[in-house]
Ligand binder design. Sequence first.
Ligand code: AMP
Ligand code: GLY
Length: 443
Amino acid sequence: MKQMIMKVLLVGNGGREHAIAEAIARSKYGVELVVFANNVNPGIKKLAADYHVVDNLSHFDELREYVKKTKPDFAVVGPDNPIGDGMVDVLGEIGVASVAPFQAPAQLESSKYYTRELLERNLIPGNPRFRRFESEDGVYPFLEELGEDYVVKADGLMGGKGVKVSGDHLNSHEQAMGFVKECLSAGHSSVVIEEKFIGVEFSLMAFVDGEHLAYMPVVQDHKRAYEGDEGPNTGGMGTYSDVDHLLPFLTPEDVQQAKDISEAVIKAVKEDTGQPFKGILFGGFMATKSGVKLIEYNARFGDPEALNVLPLLETDFIDVCHAILNGELSTLTLSWKKQATVCLYVVPDGYPENSAKGEILEIGQMPEGVELFYSSVSEEGGVVKTTGSRSLGIVGIADTISEARVKALAGIEQVKGNIFYRKDIGSDELVQQRVETLKGVRG
Ligand code: AMP
Ligand code: GLY
């Protein structure tokens, strides 16, 4: 028996939002889901009582109208752009609280410089040497100062395309200067140039109620399009998490250092903006020779990271949402399935640069222990087609990373079409390589 009826507004339509929708649908409470989206996600649509499509999620007049019509009890906002544009503030003005931060604390994601400067001012560890530039003046001397290892970042949301790393995408100071010019002429008011960390990356997400953080299992993302970490950067081709909710190359002390940084940041951002950060804080960290460093913060779930962790969440997601909204996370002990996960994103041929659009995907029955999340696809009359971006997130869940990968691969066997995916994610070889890399870095 479902205990009560409530209405939840979900904003967004990617794989991440499908995973959120599934977590909501599993609730013991009777929840009616209403959706404000850019596109019809067939997985979310199936779970929704109402589904409204708009051209731009940040057209807040349409949002106000939709809220007036549907009267949700609260909202869960998935993607970064509407959060960065102040959607949570707008919803707050019309009486709808959100599991997502207001615009000011969400600067943790929307401004790279804000976050670096906040850490510096509050003496929080984890920062690289960094400087902000509003013109090309002084850039070259700072590059010379940093030598061979630096990163150039546009100061704003660029869907993961606003960052270039020396040695990977930039092979000379001249190329770096070219990218600085490109960012500034593309309308970014500034760029941040910082020291490049050497090590292994991991994602640590937490539910945050303004003060307390409740952590999710640690996840590793794979941003490069092709096997062996080759090719262009993407939104994330796949992810894994381990049975102990750590990662094979990390020590508990590494994770503790990351938690210490996130806790200090949540305190500092409230003092700085006068507004508590409520929602999901997603830290991208790097384990290095000299401790754990901060790569960036996001003010939302990761995609694919959400696809790994939400299926493991045993605590009712609606209880978690209420605890976030009411500042009661410290009274809730989260419970997670003690299993490993591997998420593999199925993407159209040519992704990310020349994605095949409108290609038919035939999707069979997923085997046991495999979850399928729809991402950027369209569906008409039961026919699913690619729309250009990542198409399907397929998650294997098992007692080891290795078995979870085998399950995810079995899931992908059920998908036919002009697609590709990375077979190596979660393989013993790749996981062992990460362990060796970090050992080498730490000496
Ligand atoms: P971001 O959008 O800030 O996450 O940057 C995208 C990617 O660039 C990250 O996932 C890292 O792989 C890389 N990156 C960003 N900042 C640094 C840094 N300071 N040192 C090394 N790699 C970095
Ligand atoms: N998987 C990285 C992100 O969501 O930004």
